[in-house]
Design a protein around this ligand. Structure first.
Ligand SMILES: *[C@@H]1O[C@H](CO)[C@@H](O)[C@H](O)[C@H]1NC(C)=O
Ligand SMILES: *[C@@H]1O[C@H](CO)[C@@H](O)[C@H](O)[C@H]1NC(C)=O
Ligand SMILES: *[C@@H]1O[C@H](CO)[C@@H](O)[C@H](O)[C@H]1NC(C)=O
Ligand SMILES: *[C@@H]1O[C@H](CO)[C@@H](O)[C@H](O)[C@H]1NC(C)=O
Ligand SMILES: *[C@@H]1O[C@H](CO)[C@@H](O)[C@H](O)[C@H]1NC(C)=O
Ligand SMILES: *[C@@H]1O[C@H](CO)[C@@H](O)[C@H](O)[C@H]1NC(C)=O
Ligand SMILES: *[C@@H]1O[C@H](CO)[C@@H](O)[C@H](O)[C@H]1NC(C)=O
Length: 697
């Protein structure tokens, strides 16, 4: 689709291989195994032989080497490990030890997570290079020559387990200014024919030496790195290499006149080797590189929540992939080819691996690309479902047909809605036993549920909320949900049978207007009878009560037309027009549902915002399940919707957020641990990525 964005990775590889063969000094690094793999499998065996030789001689070097260059904010560590495994395994199988990347290379992701550095250290990389960091952080580091540092990336692992040398590149992923020689840039080529009037060698060399010398001032050693390339470049690699050959020749020729600059083709691992030989001590860093701002009104914190439906789908797919992988092993070969046909886990693995990309799960891709990511995942689900059916048939000895309830998010499941009698299989991909509430869309009012031993299980029927019915837009017709707790063993499944005893409208007695509280043996949540909002939360074990209110608001998005900066709010960047959000509604209409399995307060704020506050009988967690959308856009204002919890806890602006769903970092409002922050975006500059948890004390 070059009409949307010009790109042609296949031509880059064709062209670069050709150019590398022309001069043994030339070097190229390649990052994303997914793209390389697509090209590689279409090559002749003689071309593959040629490429292997280039790799063996270090002329073509793999760096990073995951299936993709992952996003660091919105990814879960388990999916990152999977996608790195897929890429590194391919390189090892294809090229052996010479294909092994020695450095991690994230020149584009928009902020850097401590957990990513920890994983890279534990994967055995020698160092990590990246391009983007906060502009104030960079200024401070340039002054103090701390653009190269030692990142101690874990609070819990004993050093040096999670220690990783980290280098910040001088020009992001770009060449120095004025030295871009690609068909996609406009800098003049090196014209070295002295017979022609446009001879410019002296000018180019002088400019280059100036840049090299000023770069040397902000790095510690006598070796400096320059990235020569950029986004989508090298489709016609001759332009770059022909000019680089000349640049090297003419810059080094100055040595005859006393220049001390020696220029050569290199790679990140060679550069890292020289830094290592310098035997210096590097500054230590223990926090992370979030949030990322590239100027005073450009905070790249919008993407933490961009395309939430794709983000959810990616997470759900990760969970399903674990189930698929496990059942492929537990069920044996018949899982891949059994009574339900041919299934596989590979399709989902690949779809999940590309979904980790820093323009995929981040929510920042163009629309047709975002659609493609979702389509790949959906195909992965289909292949895994065949595998899971085959595997469960083998494990259970029953080849009865299985239906997958893929749309429980809108209370749609054709089988459970229309059947009087069915059985339910739940699989637990975790390594510990779980007890979990299941909610199935149904049409009846009274059901009996029993476990595999015939023991009856407490179950209740609650009405499907108005908000859910609205968002499902005519798909499905279940009026109720059947709710019961299931138990499943580690890496195992359990089955329940369900039969309908009575149909008809839900008994009115289960609903109470104007609730004051919901409560189980652990927690009690109260609601303000006037506003319908949450008002307090008590821990019944410690007998502590805090004030707690919660509501929904929206920040008016900046459209970019103002004197301070013309940056609008968008998929990458969060920029509210003002620090005061608009309240969507001061009050919520409420109704409550109280049963022996679950208690709910359903809140309706506006036609496009509603919520269920839910407390299961055996749970220590209060669940807030919101439904937001479609956003009203008739007023032509961008809306950054938020929910805000206001509490009586005095936390002094200190809070905690996870890193890729694993360890936790301390955050402080309007503060950065390693430099003196000038806060220019009081809202967007205080946002951090959250994948699994955030808390205050
Ligand atoms: C790399 O591939 C070789 C040959 O297939 C295999 O023996 C080795 O275990 C692989 N290394 C890793 C780290 O997977
Ligand atoms: C590196 O530096 C340390 C301390 O400054 C010194 O003890 C050591 O010998 C040096 N190593 C090399 C290989 O020069
Ligand atoms: C519900 O989930 C499915 C996939 O699991 C997704 O395609 C769909 O967009 C979701 N629906 C809503 C309303 O979020
Ligand atoms: C389910 O209930 C709805 C509303 O009562 C009704 O329109 C629909 O026909 C029922 N469907 C089935 C399969 O029972
Ligand atoms: C919302 O922001 C837009 C542009 O950023 C501005 O034109 C408009 O006046 C703002 N509206 C309100 C109600 O603040
Ligand atoms: C917000 O909107 C107002 C009114 O149009 C405008 O004057 C102001 O510059 C905007 N501010 C930002 C940060 O977009
Ligand atoms: C803001 O500027 C953009 C382009 O610079 C323009 O398309 C848009 O109409 C402007 N919006 C307003 C509200 O003036």
């Amino acid at each position: 689709r070059n009409d949307i964005q010009h790109a042609g990775v296949q031509y880059i590889l064709d062209s670069v291989v050709d150019q590398l063969l022309k001069n043994p000094d030339r070097r190229f690094i390649y990052v994303e195994a997914a793209f390389f793999y697509r090209w590689w499998k279409r090559q002749s065996s003689s071309m593959q032989q040629t490429v292997k030789q280039l790799v063996n001689e270090g002329r073509l070097e793999f760096v990073n080497g995951g299936w993709c260059m992952s996003d660091e904010a919105a990814t879960h560590y388990s999916a990152v490990i999977d996608q790195m495994t897929m890429g590194l395994r391919f390189l090892n199988e294809t090229f052996g030890p010479c294909g092994r990347p020695r450095v991690a290379w994230h020149i584009d992701p928009f902020g850097h997570a401590r957990e990513h550095a920890s994983m890279f250290a534990q994967m055995g990389y020698d160092g990590f290079f990246f391009g983007r960091l906060d502009y104030q952080d960079r200024d401070r580091r340039m002054t103090d020559k701390e653009q190269e540092l030692l990142w101690r990336a874990s609070d819990s692992l004993t050093p040096p387990m999670a220690d990783l040398f980290t280098g910040i590149l001088p020009n992001g992923y770009n060449p120095p200014d004025g030295f871009c020689w690609d068909q996609s840039c406009d800098d003049p080529p090196i014209r070295d024919d002295p017979d022609l009037e446009d001879y410019n060698v002296d000018d180019v060399v002088t400019r280059f030496l100036l840049i090299a010398n000023s770069q040397a001032l902000v790095y510690k050693t006598n070796h400096i790195i320059m990235t020569m390339g950029s986004d989508f470049q090298y489709e016609n690699a001759n332009l770059w290499y022909k000019n680089l050959d000349k640049l090297i020749r003419y810059v080094n020729a100055r040595q005859a006149h006393g220049s001390r600059v020696n220029l050569l083709y290199s790679t990140p691992s060679c550069y890292l080797q020289e830094l290592h030989r310098a035997n210096l001590t590097w500054a230590l860093k223990t926090d992370d590189f979030f949030p990322y701002a590239d100027s005073s009104h450009d905070f790249w914190t919008g993407y933490f929540t961009s395309r939430p439906a794709l983000k959810r789908y990616e997470r759900l797919s990760n969970s399903y992939l674990q189930t698929c992988n496990q059942l492929e092993v537990l069920g044996g070969p018949v899982s891949r080819n059994g009574p339900f046909g041919e299934g596989d886990s590979q399709t989902m693995k690949k779809a999940m691996a590309v979904a980790q990309h820093h323009d995929a799960v981040s929510g920042t891709a163009k629309q047709h690309v975002a659609n493609d990511y979702a389509r790949r995942l959906a195909t992965g689900w289909k292949h895994c479902q065949v595998l899971v059916s085959n595997s469960l048939a083998a494990l259970s000895g029953s080849s009865a047909e299985r239906i997958y309830c893929d749309n429980l998010n809108i209370s749609v499941c054709p089988l459970t809605e229309s059947s009087q009698k069915f059985s339910v299989t739940v699989y637990n991909p975790l390594a510990r036993p779980v007890t979990w509430p299941v909610r199935l869309p149904v049409n009846g009012t009274v059901y009996a549920v029993s476990d595999a031993n015939g023991k009856s299980v407490d179950c209740q029927v609650v009405p499907v909320s108005g908000a859910t019915r609205q968002v499902r837009r005519g798909r499905g017709f279940a009026v109720n949900e059947l709710v019961f707790q299931v138990q499943a063993p580690p890496l195992g499944y359990s089955s329940y049978s369900v039969s309908q005893l009575r149909s008809g409208p839900p008994p009115a007695s289960t609903q109470h207007r104007s609730p004051l509280a919901i409560q189980n043996k652990f927690l009690r949540a109260t609601f303000d009878p006037e506003t319908g909002l949450l008002s307090s939360l008590s821990n019944l074990e410690t007998k502590q009560t805090i004030k707690l209110t919660q509501n929904f608001y929206w920040y008016n998005a900046s459209d970019g037309n103002n004197s301070e900066s013309n940056q609008p709010s968008g998929a990458y960047i969060f920029r509210p027009n003002s620090s005061t959000p608009f309240i969507i509604s001061r009050t919520a209409k409420t109704e409550s549902v109280q049963t022996s399995v679950v208690q709910e307060v359903r809140q309706w704020f506006s036609p496009w915002v509603s919520q269920v506050v839910r407390l299961y009988t055996d749970s220590k967690a209060l669940e807030l399940e919101w439904t937001v959308g479609p956003l009203p856009i008739h007023d032509d204002l961008g809306k950054e919707v938020i929910t805000r919890l206001d509490t009586s806890i005095e936390s002094a602006g200190v809070f905690y957020t996870d890193s890729n769903g694993r360890e936790v970092l301390q955050r402080k409002k309007d503060f950065r641990p390693t430099w003196n922050l000038k806060q220019s975006e009081p809202i967007a500059g205080n946002y951090y990525p959250i994948n699994s948890r955030a808390y205050i004390k």
